[in-house]
Design a protein around this ligand. Structure first.
Ligand SMILES: *Cc1c(COP(=O)(O)O)cnc(C)c1O
Length: 217
């Protein structure tokens, strides 16, 4: 699909939900995509992108930003403690804060640099052992912990289990956010971004529907 088609899908979902269009940010997930495809979306005027690996993003975004200095990039994949400095230097937001040690490191760097990317806490709504994120039961405490570190917490993020109804997970994430006074909700991907918007998503992460299938070899 083209950027225009995704944009109109988002506009339609916003209208149906009675939400203003500018409530929802489209994160174009450019991981693994050939530069030419990313370039085409930049040329079409889109400026917000998502990457799931620090190394890959460091390899391409400084270059794209020479040409498009206003391009923004969000980290949507796991962040290892030894890559936090690189991550805060490159990314405008990090969606995958999920443990105390990482939050502390982010807080130290925020002190040192006098700035921090916007942060989202990843919640493992499906409680899947292989997935990152705090469990729903631990979320309230972890949110309080991150806030006490004076970090800019924008909201919560989730990746629902592949085989389950995503709306149940979106609703759960929305409930945890609401009871903690958080408004940012990073949820919804190519297959379910409209459902996510209906349930309050502020950041939808759309990859393959926009760029085409990812070719991993
Ligand atoms: C790859 C990825 C996406 C995009 O997935 P699509 O199904 O291609 O839209 C969204 N969120 C995260 C965390 C991802 O890693």
């Amino acid at each position: 699909m083209s950027l225009a088609e995704i944009e109109s899908g988002i506009a339609e979902a916003c209208e149906r939900a009675g939400r203003p269009r500018n409530d929802v940010h489209l994160i174009a997930v450019s991981k693994v995509q050939p530069d030419a495809r990313v370039e085409a979306v930049l040329q079409a005027g889109h400026r917000l992108f998502g990457e799931n690996r620090v190394q890959e993003a460091v390899g391409k975004w400084p270059r794209f930003r020479e040409q498009y200095p206003d391009a923004k990039v969000h980290l949507i994949g796991p962040l290892q403690s030894n890559k936090v400095r690189q991550a805060v230097e490159l990314f405008d937001a990090i969606h995958t804060v999920d443990r105390t040690k990482l939050a502390r490191r982010l807080a130290d760097l925020a002190q040192e640099r006098g700035a921090s990317p916007e942060l989202f806490i990843q919640v493992n709504t499906g409680e899947e052992p292989q997935k990152a994120g705090v469990s729903p039961a631990e979320a309230d405490d972890f949110i309080a912990e991150v806030r006490a570190m004076d970090l800019p917490l924008a909201g919560l993020m989730c990746i629902p289990p592949a085989e389950e109804e995503p709306s149940l997970h979106f609703a759960l994430l929305g409930k945890i956010a609401a009871r903690n006074g958080l408004t940012g909700l990073s949820m919804g991907m190519s297959g379910d971004y409209k459902q996510a918007i209906a349930l309050g998503a502020t950041h939808v992460r759309v990859g393959s529907a926009l760029f085409g299938a990812r070719d991993y070899d």
